[in-house]
Design a protein around this ligand. Structure first.
Ligand SMILES: [Zn+2]
Length: 414
């Protein structure tokens, strides 16, 4: 059982440690006291070796020593993680990068990175004998949770902000979740979900306050290390909303470094939207985070009150990284170019990582000789409206070859 490898839960604010139980935050620090799961790495190193890994199935449970779930329980059968990495040379040329890799996490079961956390979430709910699992989400975490709740046969209740895109709501309903649309923004949905979980005894999948779920997100970093081995890029770019995704990816890479799987650590590039960049502002000012009313087309990173900003900022500091903001226009252009030049269709929040790389190269933050990897965190079909906006319109004609010929010539296609 992998759970035996955990040594403690450590508060990211005061450093206090606790035994690995079902508490979510530090007793001394309250909700600000997010906990981080720590492992006995000497024990982990005994069985998590390249030789052992080579014999395990290609899904994210392959790193079981570093995932805090009870592996004696029945795992959901869905293929999670071990998503492909592509060398995108034409996209690299567009971005001005020496070498640019894409890790396509839109290929997970519900088409987003969040499946890594939701799969851990449902396993913890089963372990704690919860009868229902709930979450508040801007979209992807919700559809992912609904998907994994369906996979293990657990009822789910999902709180979404009123403006969540329709395809994401459709996913929730298809998987059989009870969907509560909360008027206002994400923060209202988040608070209501917290209250409801307390009142009804539901398992709360909200990553921000759940130390175990970010461990699922970590598997993306474990994979980056295993897949790149001695080719680890100089930079890894991830879009930033709440902060726990990039914190998870960084933790995974750091753990694999600690275990000797990689010799080099990348610098983490966090990318926020200009209309919602509280973490970038906090990082650059060195002050406490100031919540904002976010406005951006990249709905999955539109998080004005990020709960995990401390973990994210630690990731930038530890990796000698940086967090920048890009405009919606840059995000939409990156979405379009990533699809056309690397054939990976990312949603705006996913493509923001590519927009960030282009901007960082243009400003000299990333050198033209450096290698980079962008994590595409969600599939473009999640936000079809955004795709259509950037992609142009089809050519409508009569069913007539001469009409076709005329239109094609007009556009220089033939
Ligand atoms: Zn504390």
């Amino acid at each position: 059982m992998a759970i035996q490898h955990i040594s403690s839960l450590r508060c990211v604010v005061c450093g206090e440690t606790y035994p690995p139980d079902n508490r979510t935050t530090c007793t001394k620090c309250g909700v600000e006291g997010i906990l981080d799961v720590e492992y006995d790495y000497d024990k982990v190193a005994k069985t998590l070796t390249p030789l052992q890994l080579a014999q395990r199935p290609h899904w994210h449970w392959r790193y079981e020593e570093l995932i805090p779930v009870d592996f004696s329980l029945h795992l959901p059968p869905l293929q999670i993680g071990y998503t492909p990495i592509y060398n995108a040379d034409r996209l690299a040329e567009w971005a001005g990068a020496h070498e640019l890799y894409i890790k396509d996490d839109g290929r997970n079961p519900s088409a987003s990175f969040k499946d890594r956390a939701s799969s851990v979430g449902v396993m913890k709910a089963i372990e704690y004998h919860a009868k229902t699992i709930a979450c508040a989400s801007t979209g992807n975490a919700a559809s992912s949770l609904a998907c994994f709740a369906a996979a293990v046969g657990l009822p789910s209740v999902i709180f979404v902000p009123e403006k969540a895109p329709e395809p994401k709501i459709a996913q929730l309903l298809v998987f059989g979740a009870t969907v509560i649309k909360v008027k206002g923004n994400y923060d209202g949905a988040y608070d209501l979900c917290m209250d409801a979980c307390e009142k009804y005894g539901w398992y709360n999948r909200n990553c921000a306050i759940n130390p175990y779920l970010v461990e699922g997100k970590k598997t993306c970093g474990l994979e980056l290390a295993e897949q790149f081995t001695d080719m680890m890029p100089d930079w890894v770019s991830v879009s930033v909303g709440d902060g726990c995704t990039i914190a998870g990816v960084w933790k995974g890479i750091r753990e694999m470094f600690h275990l000797g799987f990689v010799k080099k650590l990348p610098r983490m590039l966090g990318v926020q939207a200009e209309g919602c960049k509280p973490i970038a502002d906090a990082f650059h000012s060195g002050q406490e985070l100031v919540p904002v009313d976010g406005v951006t087309r990249a709905d999955s990173i539109n998080c004005g009150t990020p709960r995990n900003w401390r973990k994210a900022i630690n990731a930038f500091r530890e990796s000698k990284g940086e967090v920048i903001a890009v405009s919606d226009a840059e995000i939409m252009e990156a979405m379009n170019k990533t699809a056309r030049l690397s054939a990976v269709f990312g949603e705006p929040s996913g493509a923001a990582s590519v927009a960030g790389i282009k901007r960082a190269i243009a400003t000299g933050l990333i050198k033209k000789t450096e290698t980079v990897c962008a994590v595409i965190t969600g599939n473009g079909l999640k936000d079809v409206k955004a795709a259509i906006e950037t992609a142009g319109t089809p050519i409508t004609i009569e069913a007539d070859l001469r009409a076709l010929d005329g239109e094609l010539k007009k556009r220089g296609v033939v």
